[in-house]
Design a protein around this ligand. Sequence first.
Ligand code: PNS
Length: 189
Amino acid sequence: MTERIAVYPGSFDPITNGHLDIIERARGLCDRLVLAVLVNDEKRPLFSVEQRIALIRENVLPSDGARVEVREFSGLLVDFARSVGARMIVRGLRAMSDFEYEFQMALMNRRLAPRVETVFLMAKEEYSYVSSRLVKEVARLGGDVSALTPPGAARALRKAYAAPRRGRVRKRPALRRTGRTPRGSTAES
Ligand code: PNS
């Protein structure tokens, strides 16, 4: 019998308990699940693709390394799916607000690769509001996200936001020739 391979793609910046829930559900639907981590430097992810993969490996693979694997990908998702022999793309749905974007993406992917089916899985109710974006925002503002992410990801978030991000330091505007000082500063400081 042919192996049923599914791809679960995402940015995973970082992995959350919502992702873990979808992984758990998706495993039951296929023989091999490939977590595909997007190399999306344009989106300026908080974690590099290597860090995101390490966080997934640390939390997903030890107990079930044989059936779940993690890879990075760039380019079209359907090309990646075909390259690993997958006929199924798994996406998690949390709320109606996810639907429009997911619907468009699924139809576009179907147009590009009619033999690859997108399957939507409903996230557990308790994770229906959890997203990597919100988790990052809460962590950045000093909130506790330990119930929303695996422990390694919560630690990585604390560390990332404890140190100022490189390239994010705002330069003080240069003094104009008029001699006026920029708002909130003095000519001497
Ligand atoms: O976790 P995310 O950021 O919602 O995941 C988005 C992802 C990776 C599924 C999506 O951006 C994607 O598939 N990118 C690959 C580019 C692609 O195939 N685009 C055409 C399909 S609409």
